[in-house]
Write a protein that binds this ligand. Structure first.
Ligand code: AKG
Ligand code: FE2
Length: 267
């Protein structure tokens, strides 16, 4: 697993995303694929596709690390957290949620959206990693970004629904911007800021486009009052707006400068 270098950190800070090809080596990629396939198979066993639009945007499985030991090993790898912390420029990161995102063959596009406004903390430093388990291409629904939009975003959520461009009703000033397609080879990773505008095209191929992702919350992020499945009722009951979301059991600290006893240096 590769840590971002100085140029990649600078590009991330400017654009709100960075692609790191060869993030995983071949052995690691095989493991990420096997573990993700197994964890998803286990999670979806006995459930059925409701046939709705969203179920064909992707098969989405969150918090697989909570129920699958192999996935926990991958997601709680301190190097993954260190890469995220280094890009965001923060002293520590916690898992908000991992999620497998398997866009099925001929799957629907992923509507343009921002991530952080769905979440229970407001932060300009939230960072997600998106690991390509298959080559993500223009044909099968790779990610697209509007560079720099993380600096102009507000904490208002747009549904990831059938209305592909609904985000632009909220941000008409972004309609004139040119989006960047970010194809990513299998084993590569894209890191993005939780406030940067992004989406993905339809999968125009007869094969799935698999990705394993994780959203990291900067250590010290505080509760904003927004409900979310990640916050169990008994935990919400213990939280007041402004309290740090820092229960180590629910939101593990994957990497912190203090624990590592070293800077988040990448090169
Ligand atoms: O995989 C996709 O199509 C969308 C991914 C995404 O929105 C994310 O990782 O935040
Ligand atoms: Fe997203």
């Amino acid at each position: 697993m590769k840590l971002p270098n100085t140029a990649q950190v600078a590009a991330y800070r400017r654009d709100g995303f960075i692609r790191i090809p060869n993030f995983l080596d071949e052995v690691e990629l095989r493991r990420w694929r096997d573990v993700t396939d197994d964890a998803v198979r286990e999670r979806v066993a006995g459930t059925s596709d409701d046939g709705g639009f969203y179920s064909r945007v992707f098969t989405q499985c969150q918090r697989l690390a909570d129920t699958h030991a192999g996935m926990a090993e991958l997601i709680l790898d301190a190097r993954l957290g260190q890469a995220a912390a280094l890009l965001a420029g923060v002293d520590g990161v916690r898992v908000w949620h991992d999620q497998a995102l398997i866009k099925p063959h001929y799957g629907n596009p992923t509507a343009w959206h921002l991530d952080d406004p769905f979440w229970s903390f407001d932060s300009g430093d939230a960072v997600s990693v998106w690991v390509a388990l298959d080559d993500a291409t223009i044909e099968n629904g790779c990610l697209w970004y509007l560079p720099g939009t993380q600096r102009e975003a507000r904490y208002e959520s747009t549904p990831i629904g059938e209305n592909f461009g609904a985000l632009f009703d909220q941000y008409p000033q972004w309609l004139e911007r040119e989006p960047i397609a970010v194809p990513c080879p299998a084993g590569g990773a894209i890191f993005h800021n939780g406030l940067v505008a992004h989406g993905a095209g339809a999968n125009m191929t007869p094969r799935p486009r698999r990705a394993m992702t994780c959203a990291f919350m900067p250590d010290g992020a505080t509760y904003n009052g927004r409900p979310h499945d990640m916050l169990a009722p008994e935990y919400v009951a213990s939280l007041r707006i402004g309290d740090p979301i820092d229960d180590d059991r629910r939101f593990p600290l994957v990497w912190s400068r203090a624990l590592a006893g070293s800077p988040a240096a990448g090169d």
